[in-house]
Design a protein around this ligand. Structure first.
Ligand SMILES: Nc1ncnc2c1ncn2[C@@H]1O[C@H](COP(=O)(O)OP(=O)(O)OP(=O)(O)O)[C@@H](O)[C@H]1O
Length: 309
């Protein structure tokens, strides 16, 4: 297949992204390093380290109107991919380009523990790129959604973790982002808040150009997404319709649950063999988009996606 110019509709391009974490491990965990290295480390009193490959060479292009589900086992790299798209994590290799600032629901706001909830709402909105006028307009709505009562005027450091999460969630929704990233694991709060937040999420999804949703439930992906990416040990196993990916992922999870690792591996191998190789070519930078200035970052770019590698 030849190259396809998709500038008009692309919202996020993920180009060959690799993320590694260097983390401390015990001696057994670090056994892969050489004997000399181990002896030297012991002599220097250093703790052994291992490198975790959280994402390996991930490439895809997301388009306006898509709701993209991310599925995969625990530790497969789903949250890391969301954080990289949100710009919260820098990949060791590769790059992410977005036509506007992606907002990760729940954790984006860098809040100040000594300031009150209300002061943090203002700060959070401005930090997400809202103008002072937009911020003033958004504040009552955010405070209403968070429903913290008089506690909204207390310093955030006095909040319970649930109260903090509610405020962060409410602030994140104020941006009405064109690229929305939702990590289901972040969903929090009591029943009443859940219902209010679900309604808000629905509205956000309707307005967003592209939604990314992390979920462990294949059914949620099937019901809410148009497309799905299956990650396994940091690799992209399959990129396809939500129905097809959810079906195969379900079969894989079932095989694992039934103690049939060979069957599970065969499902992954088949998916990998069928997957269309995608490479994202970035041809020439263009000016950031002018029509959504508060979201635009220096990322407007001519993209090409090819399927012939
Ligand atoms: N800050 C970190 N330091 C070291 N390793 C990390 C860090 N964050 C993630 N990892 C590792 O990277 C890999 C991918 O983690 P990630 O959280 O992206 O997986 P996930 O698919 O979202 O998992 P889950 O479904 O359990 O939320 C895992 O092996 C994890 O241990």
């Amino acid at each position: 297949m030849g190259a396809l110019d998709i500038l008009d509709e692309s919202t996020v391009a993920v180009q060959n992204v690799t993320v590694r974490y260097k983390t401390p491990a015990d001696d057994d965990g670090a056994r892969t390093s050489g004997r000399i290295a181990r002896v030297a480390r012991a002599a220097l009193g250093q703790q052994p380290q291992v490198v975790v490959r959280a994402l390996s060479g991930i490439s895809f292009v997301a388009r306006a109107g898509e709701q993209i589900g991310l599925v995969g086992q625990n530790g497969s790299g789903k949250s890391t991919l969301l954080r990289v798209i949100a710009g919260l994590e820098k990949p060791a290799k590769g790059q992410v380009l977005a036509e506007s600032t992606p907002v990760l629901i729940g954790v984006n706001a860098a809040l100040q523990p000594d300031l009150s909830g209300a002061q943090n709402v203002r700060l959070g909105c401005l930090a997400m790129g809202l103008t002072p006028d937009e911020t003033a307009e958004a504040i009552p709505d955010v405070i209403e959604l968070a429903q913290l009562g008089k506690a909204i005027h207390r310093p955030m450091k006095t909040y319970s973790s649930g109260m903090g999460s509610r405020l962060r969630f409410a602030i994140a929704t104020a941006a009405n982002p064109h690229i929305l990233l939702i990590d289901e694991a972040l969903a929090t709060g009591d029943a009443a808040f859940k219902e209010r937040s679900e309604k808000r999420m629905e509205r956000l999804r309707e307005n967003a150009g592209t939604v990314f949703l992390v979920s462990h439930a294949a059914q949620t992906i099937e019901e809410t997404c148009t497309r799905a990416l299956w990650l396994n040990h940091g690799r992209l196993v399959l990129d396809g319709s939500a129905e097809d990916v959810a079906l195969r992922y379900r079969k894989y999870a079932w095989a694992l649950a039934k103690g049939k690792p060979d069957r599970a591996k065969a499902i992954i191998d088949t998916a990998l063999a069928e997957k269309k190789a995608t490479s994202v070519l970035i041809e020439a930078p263009v000016k950031p988009l002018a029509h959504r200035p508060r979201h635009a970052r220096a990322s407007g770019t001519l993209l090409r996606e090819t399927g012939d590698q």
